[in-house]
Design a binder for this molecule. Sequence first.
Ligand code: EPZ
Length: 422
Amino acid sequence: MDKLIIEGGVSLKGEVTVSGAKNAVLPILAATLLTDDACIIKGVPQLRDTATMIKILRSLGKNAELENGAVTVSMQRNTNYVADYKLVSTMRASFCVLGPLLGKLKRAKVSLPGGCVIGVRPVDLHLKGIKALGTDITIESGYVLAKANKLKGSNIYLGGVYGSSVLATDNVMMAAVLAEGLTVIESAACEPEVVDLAEFLIKMGAKIKGHGTPIIEIEGVKHLHGATHTVIPDRIEAGTLMLAALITRGDILLKNVSYRHLGALVDKLEESGASMTKTDNSIHMRYKKQMHAVNITTLPYPGFPTDMQAQMMALMSVTPGISVITEKIYPDRFMHVAELNRMGAHIQREGPHAIVEGIKGLSGAPVMASDLRASACLVLAGLAAKGKTSISRIYHLERGYENIEEKLEVLGAKVWREREKE
Ligand code: EPZ
């Protein structure tokens, strides 16, 4: 296992291009199961998670290759309908092969993903939506067995205790595109990644309206054909790099970014005194003056993204004032608090809140990454800290940030990898 070493205290400066969105590309790759034709997906980031999804597609009978940022998916043999525990357990997003397998083959056997370090993460909403389309569902030996003679469009309310669900909306949408008649999803997730999936499905011949709003209408069609699609830029990678500019008092020009997908983050940063220049596909983030603490509450899109909560906590830990950070999507997503405190931060967790008292500066320390965004938070903290930070279990970072070390190095960061002693 590798650890990442950061010698902090360098102001990051320069230009960087944001990669394609991990959370858009994973369901889009799954959607290629809906057709026997070839599909080409461009702007695919080279990540551990995209490699896992490619493996899953292969295990389900597809040919899939990632070359120069594009994945070509084509038919190899009759599609298998079993998504194995070994693959699904390594990445929760694999569960979104359920909808397309069911849509195309009318049967699917998909391993239940289980919980993970950021919370329990049930799949009740996925199953509720899929059932409503006329599917028989049983759970056996850790697998969801789904079977339907035919799928029938239906009215489905998909709101849960924590609001809408991104992957449940994706799953139901992918099953409904080949169902008979009209499906209406109410309380659908509005995330840009859901919109991108819908746009890809439309290119394949699906009839979808209302994506990007809480009510999505899907008129089933008989079959879908191949399509070519370029995924949207990764708003969470972009947001993380914006914070890297601020926390190191630097100056970074981000290219291939849609600031419209980052409204809540931009608003909070402006409220805390940051200034930036935006164009349609770039953001120039420059640290100009002392910022002050702001409160954050995570919410489904267009609210403040839970996937930026940990990184924002790193910034607030060195921003004067008190910041109350409330996590409303995953109330236990606070594994980074103890690690930031090891670096000298003053953060107290109280249930779904973290109270952050901004201090003058962090000091480098050995810390441990617990999940993807917690790793990004520790990288930001390490970049700002005085001295050396070593982050172990850095494989989490590889799940969601393409070439992150290279990108940071180009911006001037002193960052390198070392083999972890077993
Ligand atoms: C997606 O996960 C993202 N993953 C997550 O990204 C992200 O944190 C999350 O959406 C919220 O924005 C992908 O897109 C691959 P949800 P997803 O279903 O769809 C509850 C990252 O770091 N819920 O929108 O699995 C759930 O427990 C990650 O890139 C149910 O109760 O999340 C949570 O509280 C990690 N029942 C809330 O809904 C269900 O059936 C929202 O989760 C499903 C979800």
